[in-house]
Design a protein around this ligand. Structure first.
Ligand SMILES: [Zn+2]
Ligand SMILES: [Zn+2]
Length: 265
């Protein structure tokens, strides 16, 4: 069994095939998926997805790439995350690749999410791109270690991974780890503790080899696990089991909802 720790199955192209996407998961032994928000307008779609499917969990936040959208405040994030299917805050973080100029608003928004996560006791889903130094600095300043979380779709160095792991964060690998030019990332996957590893699709983006260039979906996450199995000298089943246990240990509300509290304990 495998768990897709980060997907956007509420996005129109995947939502239009909702039943098929869920059936494909089952056929490929993908037991659960975490559907992640990118803006406030979309929150009801994400929680709706998690209400309709017992094996889908929700996360609420506003993505750093969304510039001209309603800005969340701490109280609003805390209030909304009381929804019974919400297990995490995010995605949040910094992205200096997609956007440039004065990005103080991004840093402020990131701090808001960390404060909300600490207040409601839920882990953080962090996106960082060309901004690792500031991301780690803000995580430290805002005491993100109190809730932990995941560095999703990880593409940074081993040093950045280790700094995040020191703060109680997991490192999540996407289809990028299957790409030919991703040797540096495979080296990171080889070096970090198994107990800190998660797998994800970030679908509909970043389909793994052999689906590269196609629309991604949670059913493809075993291909990420297979690549990690190769890198670590494990079976794909072992990678599935370890990353699923890691998922439930980190997202303790998901463990409770799925009746897997023994993993979280
Ligand atoms: Zn992201
Ligand atoms: Zn995402």
């Amino acid at each position: 069994m495998f768990i897709d720790s980060h997907c956007h199955i509420d996005f129109p192209d995947l939502a239009a095939r909702e039943d098929e996407v869920l059936a494909n998961m089952q056929a490929q032994q993908v037991s659960h998926a975490l559907c992640v928000s990118v803006n406030i307008e979309q929150w009801p779609r994400v929680t709706g997805m998690a209400e309709r499917h017992a094996n889908v969990f929700a996360s609420l936040g506003v993505h750093p790439d969304y510039e001209d959208v309603t800005e969340p405040d701490v109280a609003q994030l805390v209030d909304m995350s009381a929804h019974p299917r919400v297990v995490a805050i995010g995605e949040t973080g910094l992205d200096y690749f997609r956007l440039t100029g004065d990005l103080e608003w991004q840093r402020k928004r990131f701090r808001t999410h960390i404060r909300a996560a600490r207040e409601c006791g839920k882990p953080l889903i962090i996106h960082t791109r060309s901004s690792a130094e500031d991301t780690l600095a803000i995580m430290r300043e805002e005491r993100a270690h109190e809730v932990g979380g995941v560095m999703h779709c990880f593409t940074e160095t081993l040093e950045v991974a280790e700094a995040a792991i020191d703060m109680g964060f997991c490192i999540s690998f996407s289809g990028i780890v299957t790409f030919k030019n991703a040797q540096q990332l495979r080296d990171v996957a080889k070096a970090i503790p198994l107990a800190s590893m998660l797998i994800e699709t970030d679908s509909p983006y970043l389909a793994p080899v052999p689906y590269r260039g196609k629309m991604n979906e949670p059913a493809f996450v075993p291909h990420v696990a297979a690549e990690l199995a190769k890198v670590r000298g494990m079976t794909v089943e072992e990678v599935g089991r370890v990353t699923s246990d890691n998922f439930f240990r980190l997202f303790h509300d998901a463990a409770r909802l799925a009746g897997r509290e023994e993993v979280a304990a």
